[in-house]
Design a binder for this molecule. Sequence first.
Ligand SMILES: Cc1cc2nc3c(=O)[nH]c(=O)nc-3n(C[C@H](O)[C@H](O)[C@H](O)COP(=O)(O)OP(=O)(O)OC[C@H]3O[C@@H](n4cnc5c(N)ncnc54)[C@H](O)[C@@H]3O)c2cc1C
Length: 431
Amino acid sequence: MILGGGVTGLAAGWASGLAVFEAESAMGGICSSYYVRPNTSARLPQAPADGEAYRFELGGGHWIFGGDPAILRFIRTLTPVKTYQRLSSVFFPDQGLYVPYPLQNHLGYLSNEVRTKALQEMLGTGKGSFRTMEEWLSQNFGPTLTEAFFGPFHELYTAGLWKQIAPQDAYKSPVDSAAVIRGAFETTAPVGYNTSYIYPEEGLNILAQRMAGRCRVQLGKRIKQIDLQHKKVVCDDGSETAYQTLISTLPLNKMVEMLNLKLDEAPDPYTSVLVLNIGATRREKCPADHWIYLSKTRSGFHRVGFYSNVDSSFLPKSSRAIKNRVSIYVEKAFPGGRRPSAEEVANYSAGTVKELQEWGFIEGAEVVDPTWIDVAYTWSWPGSRWRGAALKKLEELEIQMVGRYARWNFQGIADSIRDGLMVGAAAKRVL
Ligand SMILES: Cc1cc2nc3c(=O)[nH]c(=O)nc-3n(C[C@H](O)[C@H](O)[C@H](O)COP(=O)(O)OP(=O)(O)OC[C@H]3O[C@@H](n4cnc5c(N)ncnc54)[C@H](O)[C@@H]3O)c2cc1C
């Protein structure tokens, strides 16, 4: 039995033939597209026949980057995809300034004074040891850039954890002295893990649906208890199902809680994300970027993505050629599980729309639809052994943990599918 019908669980179900138990009424987990007609609030699972709806995703824009060529081939056999070249910037609203991502490779966009100081700091000092993300960022980027961007951005992105947690995903803030120097005086080539990416022509949920077509998926089955002794799971509808092999894609902390495992280590922290999907009329100052990073916002969001700048199919049909509308996702991080009340979400939504209007990005908002990702980003305390201890314990209990949240590591869709296929195929051999 496989717990969770996100992309990892579906891949494992595809490769193994085991039943996939999914809590929600749709599969795909946070990689699920949905549609909303302008000036309505109902979420439609499919595009309406007349095409007059915005397309959004539950977890905000999900672009398939990286990935083993074999996995990308697997995805292409399921659904046609298009390839896109990343367009992304750091935006400083106070100055109306856009600096291409990554900031450190484009110092030529900053004032002479800031550029000179940043260059001296980045290249002039030796690197010491570091424990926290804050120490790693300050050492690599120096006080000027840390104060101007890296500090306040990571404060928002990690919901205040960056001064305590271990550094993670250095690849998101690449450090390359040659590129830094070149970028201070001339243009540099795009770098990073997502310079190009693919996206299914008919929307991301088609990928999940095609995988599910070859799986035995049971929807609306939220697992609330695992009885290890009798090898059965209990769902919150009261049903019980026996299993032989158990593969779980549920977040590691939730599994530890559900099984009431006693570990000597304090659990590692995580952050939740509120994604605000917005459909609006477009104004002239709306950038062409696919997404922008922000370090200072009144409403506290850290990234604004523009689905329809990636592909106009995210817009109602009548706007695709003239592009008089824009389809947007806005991400704000919260300390793990601290879900805001409905009133707080309503105030935040109104404040965010106002901010985007003040920047000249949008006119009227036709759709404002919040979605909540409970476990969105997983982090570690410096030197923590919690993750290793929890995974070991679950292995001893013969539960195989697979996927980004189950194994508490950062990975994208392609790698989640790869791991699901691998564990599913291995389970099939064993069975
Ligand atoms: C904000 C954000 C942006 C991202 N952007 C990108 C991107 O642009 N590109 C990219 O490649 N990756 C991106 N990712 C990562 C990507 O979302 C993951 O790699 C992928 O979704 C992991 O899939 P999963 O199946 O492991 O987890 P999930 O999608 O979380 O699936 C787990 C499933 O388990 C179900 N479940 C939970 N509890 C229970 C229960 N008790 N019983 C039964 N079922 C249960 C859930 O409903 C869900 O369907 C992003 C992640 C976040 C948070």
